[in-house]
Structures are given as structure tokens and as C-alpha cells.
Write a protein of this length. Structure first.
Length: 298
């Protein structure tokens, strides 16, 4: 997003490339019910090609939830953020008394597949909630994963501008960014500061995969699992899901670049939201100062 767009609004090509950043759905997720069966849970850790898997599952006909979908569905974090509190901090609330199928049917009731954060933060709960769903695990070489994770998540976490926007724009942008320090860093990665975030990233990454494999083995449900290597094309995925192989090439999304672009767009939109509020109240501030000045001189 350019400096021009900061002052004059997004260009059509920016909106077309990042549509979820500009959608303003006000659907109350607490009122949702399941409208289609949950069929696929792609539970590879964030930054392991979740955008490519989202595109592939969507192409195969699954209505698929990705982390940035929650940014479009403005109110989803009214449920995701309480779910982080319930799972990681033992603070259940009316919005999420427990992380179970009843909860997921609200926040994910309109989709048949799901991937990326915040979904993968609740992998064990999702595996238990939807025993009929097939599980896909995409694992990335650890060093490559960490570089990508740091470039997007850790650097965003330590950005003072992002923290400032989360504080001053508590609606759309703020709800999204506030989930990063609390839900992702403190919850998933058990990190109270950026040093711990870096230190814990790799161990949590390994533990995530070990836990999913262990859970499925303990449940005797190994056949639910596909260990998928990005770059292996449609074949293994379509065979596992029982779908015909498309004629089109398997989607390859440059996830790091895409995520960085979306974060930049969200930062710019947050700044615009804050500026709009300041402009809206500016006449009132000027009037109040004038009244105080007049009263002081009277």
C-alpha cells in the first residue's frame, strides 16, 4: 500500500489483491450454526504454506477458512480471543465457556475446511471435535520456517506502530493485531517478550507436530492423517480427499511476501481509521478550547 493510498484511499488493484482487508462483515459469529460438514483440517503450523493449501482446498470445492478470513469477518475475534483465554490462561467466559464442538460450530460453522492461525492454535480440540474430518499436516524445513516466521510474526510483534494501532483502533485492525501478543505469543508460544518469542519458536514448532501425531495414534486414527510435502502437487492430496486431479497447476503462493503485504495494508488501514477519528473529533476539541478560553477571560 503506497503513501498515496494512505492519504487518498486504497487503489482498486490493492483492494482486488487483498479483498479481506477491506471487507466489513458484521455477522455476529455467536449466532452462527453449522451449515455444512467440517471435512478437512489442515493443521500445519502457520508459515508452512497455509496460503497455498487454502487456495488448493478452495479450488477443490471446499469452503475454506484461513487466518485472514477472520480479518474480513470483523467480529470473529469476539470468539477467537476469548478462546485463547479459555485454553491458554484458564479464563473461560460466556463467549467461550469451553473450546469444544459447540464453540467451533459458531466460529467455523460456515466452512468445510480450515487452516492457519487462529485455527491451528486449537488443533487438539479440533481433532476431538470433528472425528469425521480428515487431517493434513504440512511441515517445512525448520530453518526456512523460522526465517519466515520471524520475518512476519516476530517482527510484527515487536513493532511499536502495530502496538499503537492495536491500542487506538480497537475495532477491525486492533482486534486482529491484539491477538498477536496475547493469543499467539503468550498463548501458543508461551512468550511474555520478544526474546522468549524467539527462544520458544522452534521448540513449540516441533511440539505442535509431535502432539498431533501422538493424539491421532492414541485414538487409533492414523488413517485420518496425510503428511503432505509442498511441491508434491495435486496427486497425494486428491487421492487422500477422494477428489479428481484438476487440470490447473497446484497453487504456489509466496506466503512471506503476501503476508508482509497484508500486514502493511492493515497497518495503513489502521492509521487511516485512527486519522478519521481524530478528524471527526477535531471540531469538538477546538470548540471546547474556545469555550474554556472564553470562560477564562470572562
Amino acid at each position: 500500500m503506497s503513501l498515496y493510498e494512505l492519504f487518498f484511499g486504497p487503489l482498486p488493484e490493492t483492494v482486488a489483491k487483498h479483498p479481506e482487508c477491506f471487507e466489513t462483515s458484521m455477522i455476529d459469529p455467536s449466532q452462527r450454526v453449522r451449515t455444512m460438514p467440517m471435512q478437512v483440517l489442515s493443521l500445519g503450523m502457520v508459515r508452512t504454506g497455509t496460503a497455498s493449501m487454502h487456495a488448493a482446498l478452495t479450488h477443490l470445492g471446499y469452503e475454506t477458512y484461513h487466518g485472514f478470513r477472520a480479518f474480513a469477518d470483523l467480529r470473529d475475534y469476539e470468539l477467537w480471543n476469548p478462546a485463547y483465554e479459555t485454553k491458554f490462561f484458564n479464563k473461560p467466559s460466556p463467549q467461550c465457556p469451553q473450546v469444544d464442538r459447540a464453540f467451533f460450530d459458531k466460529v467455523l460453522g460456515h466452512v468445510s475446511a480450515a487452516t492457519d492461525l487462529p485455527v491451528v492454535a486449537f488443533s487438539p480440540e479440533l481433532i476431538a471435535a470433528y472425528p469425521e474430518a480428515k487431517i493434513i499436516l504440512v511441515q517445512r524445513e525448520e530453518d526456512a520456517w523460522y526465517r519466515s516466521f520471524e520475518d512476519v510474526f516476530i517482527k510484527t510483534y515487536e513493532s511499536r506502530l502495530v502496538a499503537f494501532i492495536a491500542w487506538l483502533d480497537p475495532t477491525k485492525t486492533g482486534q486482529f493485531f491484539s491477538s498477536l501478543p496475547r493469543g499467539c505469543a503468550q498463548g501458543v508460544f508461551h512468550a511474555e517478550d520478544v526474546a522468549a518469542f524467539r527462544k520458544n519458536a522452534r521448540p513449540v514448532y516441533r511440539a505442535h507436530y509431535a502432539e498431533i501425531r501422538r493424539l491421532l495414534k492414541e485414538r487409533g486414527e492414523e488413517l485420518r492423517l496425510l503428511e503432505y510435502d509442498l511441491g508434491s502437487g495435486w496427486g497425494p492430496l486428491c487421492e487422500f480427499l477422494g477428489r479428481d486431479v484438476p487440470a490447473q497447476p497446484f497453487p504456489k503462493v509466496n506466503e512471506t511476501r503476501m503476508m508482509q503485504e497484508k500486514v502493511n495494508v492493515m497497518v495503513m488501514m489502521g492509521v487511516r481509521n485512527i486519522a478519521g477519528r481524530v478528524i471527526a473529533v477535531a471540531p469538538l476539541v477546538v470548540a471546547a478550547i474556545a469555550v474554556i478560553w472564553w470562560a477564562a477571560g470572562a
